[in-house]
Design a protein around this ligand. Structure first.
Ligand code: HEC
Length: 119
């Protein structure tokens, strides 16, 4: 019986994972410009809606870009440095992306979620 219990736990966990991590995805690269970079490099963790998936927020502390309080406390320079150098579970993108791209990702992509995007 114990085994069945753990199988159920694993199944519930997988269901949560796939639900939380796959909100309706639209093609961000259709928006053009820097969004193609977001789509390629950032979307798998931060998602189309900028919120990160449930599990990502919970375990990896992915910030919710649509949170006004978070946006108000996040300066451009802090975010640029975080993207360039990486921050804990987030890899750094220095070398992979140009400085201009990193600045544009903050100013265009991250800030587009503020004020909170309509779902
Ligand atoms: C492997 C998953 C992953 C990828 C890919 C990723 N991030 Fe992150 N990102 C994270 C995590 C996890 C955090 C939370 C870091 C922390 O505070 O511990 C984070 C934090 C951030 C923050 C907030 C930093 C701060 O100081 O609060 C910004 C902005 C950000 N990411 C932008 C991006 C951009 C832009 C890209 C694409 C170039 C990207 N991320 C790609 C996982 C990822």
């Amino acid at each position: 019986m114990k085994k069945i219990g753990s199988v159920v736990v694993v199944m519930v966990f997988c269901a949560l994972l796939s639900y939380g991590c796959n909100p309706k995805q639209t093609a961000l690269s259709d928006k053009g410009g820097i969004w193609a970079v977001y789509d390629r490099e950032c979307r798998k963790c931060h998602k189309v809606n900028g919120k990160g998936c449930f599990v990502g927020r919970w375990i990896f502390k992915i910030p919710n870009f649509t949170n006004t309080h978070w946006q108000d406390n996040a300066s451009d320079s802090r975010l640029i440095i975080a993207i360039a150098n990486g921050k804990r579970k987030m890899p750094g993108f220095k070398g992979k992306l140009t400085d201009e791209e990193i600045v544009d990702l903050v100013k265009t992509c991250v800030r587009s979620y503020y004020p909170p995007a309509k779902q």
